[in-house]
Design a binder for this molecule. Structure first.
Ligand SMILES: Cc1cc2nc3c(=O)[nH]c(=O)nc-3n(C[C@H](O)[C@H](O)[C@H](O)COP(=O)(O)OP(=O)(O)OC[C@H]3O[C@@H](n4cnc5c(N)ncnc54)[C@H](O)[C@@H]3O)c2cc1C
Length: 389
């Protein structure tokens, strides 16, 4: 029989992870939560959150020490995103998109590109976005049209990417473009590049008008003969889509963490409300019909938390089930975030339907987690493919 481990470490997070959670929670409640409603109402970038996260070193804790970062593991990165999302989903996109934008570089870029980009993200002086989607190439990523042509010592990019999170705020953009339109398989004709906001021929469009995450700008980005040095390719020509999709295996747990944080924030607000609100002469939390809803919300959150951390650890280990688990974590956590926030609004009654309480915003913010980084239908396709293999 395998040796049985005893003691407090059995099947629980490391002490360092719990200390990190306490530190991020304290910062989020003090420096981010007070601005969350205003950021949503005014549809403005959460500058207070950005400054506080960078000052504390929580804006991109995943950058390896080799590149002047903290080298935190994938679970730690999820905890930061979860705790920020618990008070403000828009602000949680700062660490989440820094990870998304840099993951292709971490996976496949040359040391030269890593040295160019990563220390600036680690210090908080710069940030990164990820540009895969196009208006006509959303779920079907391989049908993208943005072109990259080699021209002597440069690559020249032309086209439009859309739905780019934090575009206009970011310094660096990881961009996937077709470098070989004649490749027999479309997916083998796509390469990945690093573009700087000041590169000639790069511009950003107006902000999309969205249902939620209103503090995080989503814009189109344009390439008009955008010229970058040849060394800024990520990996070999033709490997860009593979890198982009491998990236998502690492970042889908972070979207699960974001969804989990939103759901936890909604449950916490609801528990406080049902203890306080009185009808029929007692607190509404004393009614069994309300208690059963709370119990179900808590159960879903607990289950999602285990899946999110397990999937983050699986991607870090390079586990053969990592891709399945990343999709499962993103799908499950985002589906429960939608149901938990909807139930939270229900338990606030009429008050839940107004902007006087945070659950209305949380319900709107939760919806995006079922859509981006691959819709939940696409996740289910990914999962089913693995099961049927
Ligand atoms: C706020 C926001 C931020 C985003 N941020 C980024 C970003 O930073 N970078 C980036 O590259 N992209 C980003 N995206 C894009 C996002 O990843 C896409 O919107 C998403 O992948 C879906 O693509 P689509 O919108 O074209 O929908 P479509 O692909 O048109 O899908 C429409 C519907 O059809 C369903 N569908 C499509 N194909 C199938 C199928 N084979 N089987 C079953 N159902 C199917 C979809 O699930 C969906 O319900 C963002 C999007 C939003 C809204």
């Amino acid at each position: 029989m395998a040796q049985v481990t005893d003691g407090p470490g059995l099947y629980q997070l490391a002490e360092e992870h719990e200390e990190l959670r306490a530190a991020v929670r304290a910062l989020a409640e003090k420096e981010i939560a007070p601005y969350a409603a205003e950021v949503d109402e005014d549809e403005r970038y959460p500058v207070e959150a950005s400054e506080a996260l960078s000052k504390a070193g929580f804006q991109a804790i995943h950058i390896p020490e080799e590149y002047e970062g903290q080298g935190a593991d994938a679970i730690a990165a999820c905890i930061v995103i979860e705790e920020v999302a618990r008070v403000d989903a828009s602000a949680s996109l700062i660490p989440a998109v820094n990870k998304l934008g840099t993951q292709p570089i971490l996976l496949s870029a040359s040391d030269e590109v890593k040295k160019l980009v990563l220390p600036s993200i680690a210090s908080g002086e710069a940030s990164a976005s990820y540009a895969l989607s196009e208006r006509e190439a959303g779920s079907d990523t391989a049908s993208m049209r943005t072109r990259a042509k080699r021209d002597g010592d440069n690559w020249v990019l032309n086209g439009t990417k859309c739905w780019i999170t934090n575009a206009g705020e970011s310094t660096w953009y990881t961009v996937m473009a077709v470098s070989d339109p004649d490749a027999p398989k479309k997916s083998n004709g796509i390469s990945a590049f690093v573009v700087h906001k000041d590169d000639p021929g790069f511009t950003v469009g107006p902000k999309e008008k969205k249902l939620g995450i209103k503090g995080s700008p989503t814009r189109e980005i344009y390439f008009e003969n955008c010229t970058i040095p040849a060394e800024r390719i990520i990996g070999e020509p033709g490997t860009g889509l593979k890198t982009a999709l491998r990236t998502l295996d690492h970042t889908r747990p972070t979207i699960g963490a974001q969804a989990l944080g939103i759901a936890q924030g909604a449950l916490d607000a609801t528990v406080a409300y049902v203890k306080d609100r009185k009808q029929f002469g007692k607190a509404i939390g004393e009614f069994q019909g309300v208690q059963f809803m709370l119990a179900d919300m808590g159960t879903k959150i607990e289950a999602a938390r285990h899946l999110v951390y397990a999937s983050a650890a699986a991607t870090e280990r390079g586990d053969s089930r990592a891709s399945f688990m990343a999709s499962a974590a993103k799908t499950y956590a985002s589906d429960i975030a939608m149901s938990v926030t909807t139930d939270a609004v229900q338990l606030f009654g009429g008050a839940g339907y107004t902007r006087d309480f945070p659950v209305e915003r949380m319900m709107r913010d939760a919806k995006i987690t079922q859509i981006y980084e691959g819709t939940n239908q696409i996740q289910r396709m990914v999962m089913a493919r693995q099961l049927l293999k």
